[in-house]
Design a protein around this ligand. Structure first.
Ligand code: URA
Length: 480
């Protein structure tokens, strides 16, 4: 038996070096025991296993396996080192092993990898910093409880996102710190070391309550995206229950009002047909595929891909520019301030947002960090081009009769060329593939107008454009 002691829970280089030596010495996986310092001492481990020779020779494995191994080693399963060595051992005899999804070792490896990615995603979304001290000497400190050993691997994401603030993420496992130049890792600490409140908390809670949109509330999706175990460390969690209760009260009132006064446009969707099912299946597959998109660099700093949402067979598709800060965290398009403006205008034009499919030309949030905030950056031509296939595939799946491009970026993607909005705004254009397109302004444009009169005028113009959409929806509903 060979006893391999790794330096720590995420010692990928140590594992790789040992695995290579073991494999070149033809040591079968069953004859290896792996350990890390925190493990109970091995009952039969000799005091110092005689070192294996490092023989001449080499062998190679695919970059895909190396990527998978690097990620899976972060899992908390104590069997992961042995599993990785078993897969490496078997890969030498079968280069296509990773393609066999039903193989139990491959399935386990993929499951570990998925769990690690999910944990990293939760960390990116649910870390909340609290400020300690006062600027210019303040430090932002967060408490987080990951399921796996992901802190060191995820810290560079926070270093990029919050490059110009000093921060620490404390966890029971290890802590990560950023001083503006380098990330350092120290041992874990108890939760009592983490601060519980800061002077910005009240502002954040007021902001959260103000952007909470009851019309967009999907309790189940929200709970699966933000499982209850994370609530205890989120300052805004205390608001969730009362906000949900209030949203339910409001929608109860809406349902009661609808029962007595049905409106023409609020006709129910036709029941899902076989075709509609196929559509929604392919949209789900697309959404899943897009969640791993690396076609440009925007995925690196964004929390997640924000794919479109709405009925999979909607006759209207509305396209914005890119997700903003709130959308990036929620994973849904148009749920922040621009989304509220859009909801208000849609309602005024007589459109039920649940009947339209809403998406963006670019599916990752592009921003520059400024202290605790992330400032929106316009996507460039290369990013727009890299993301366009998602819009095209989304459109092919939904098959909308009318596409509404909101703002210049969306118009560029939808029309396939840069076009001044004022040249095309407010009239329906037919494309070569028979898609009809309506170009209008972006709701954020209205939010940015400093002059109240101009804002009121432009808002009315936007609603006027949306009435063309309402007319279209009315026709589609009558034809159904
Ligand atoms: N702006 C957009 O273009 N899209 C969103 O989803 C949010 C803001």
């Amino acid at each position: 038996m060979h006893f391999i002691a790794l330096e720590n829970e995420t010692d990928f280089d140590g594992w790789r070096k040992a695995a290579r030596t073991l494999a070149l010495n033809n040591v079968a996986p069953a004859n290896v025991t792996w350990s890390v310092p925190s493990d109970e001492p091995e009952l039969f481990a000799p005091n110092g296993t005689p070192p294996l020779e490092t023989p001449e020779g080499t062998f190679s494995v695919s970059a895909k396996f190396v990527d998978l191994a690097r990620s899976a080693i972060l899992h908390s399963d104590p069997e992961r080192f042995a599993l990785l060595y078993r897969v490496l051992w078997r890969l030498r005899g079968n280069h296509d092993l990773l393609q066999i999804a039903t193989d139990p070792d491959v399935a386990k490896l993929q499951a570990l990898n998925k769990a690690v990615h999910r944990d990293q995603h939760k960390m990116k979304a649910f870390v909340r910093f609290r400020e300690i001290g006062r600027e210019p000497k303040s430090r932002f400190v967060a408490w987080f409880e990951p399921e796996h050993h992901i802190v060191a691997a995820t810290a560079p994401f926070f270093a990029r996102r919050f490059a110009d603030m000093a921060w620490s993420i404390l966890t029971p496992d290890v802590c990560a710190h950023w001083d503006g130049h380098a990330v350092s890792i120290t041992p874990g600490v108890p939760k009592s070391d983490a601060p519980t409140q800061d002077r910005l908390e009240e502002t954040w809670l007021t902001y959260y309550a103000s952007i909470f949109n009851p019309a967009r509330l999907k309790t189940k999706a929200m709970q699966s995206e933000m499982p209850k175990k994370y609530w205890k460390n989120l300052p805004e969690a205390a608001l969730i229950r009362p906000l949900i209760a209030e949203a339910e009260r409001l929608s109860g009132e809406m349902i009661a009002a609808e029962a007595t006064e049905p409106k023409k446009l609020q006709r129910r969707e036709a029941p899902m047909t076989k075709t509609a099912h196929t559509n929604s299946d392919s949209l789900d597959a697309l959404r899943d595929e897009a969640s791993h998109c690396r076609a440009c660099d925007l995925w690196k700093d964004a929390t997640q891909t924000v794919f479109g949402e709405g009925p999979p067979h909607a006759s209207v598709m509305m396209v914005g520019e890119q997700p903003g800060d709130k959308e990036d965290l929620a994973g849904q398009p148009f749920v922040g301030p621009a989304g509220q403006m859009l909801d208000r205008a849609l309602k005024e034009a007589g459109i039920d947002r649940d009947r339209v499919y809403v998406t963006n030309a670019v599916k990752h949030f592009k921003f520059v960090p400024r202290g605790k905030f992330r400032l929106h950056q316009k996507p460039n031509g290369a990013e727009l081009k890299a993301c366009r296939p998602w819009y095209e595939r989304e459109k092919a799946a939904v098959k909308p009769e009318l596409v509404v491009a909101m703002g210049a970026t969306a118009a560029h993607s939808v029309l396939g060329r840069a076009t001044p909005i004022n040249k095309t705004r407010g009239r329906v254009i037919e494309l070569d593939d028979a898609t009809r397109v309506l170009v209008t302004v972006h709701p954020s444009y209205l939010l940015r107008l400093p002059d109240e009169d101009a804002r009121a005028r432009e808002y009315a113009h936007f609603v006027e454009d949306l009435r063309i959409v309402a007319e279209h929806l009315g026709k589609a509903a009558r034809a159904a």
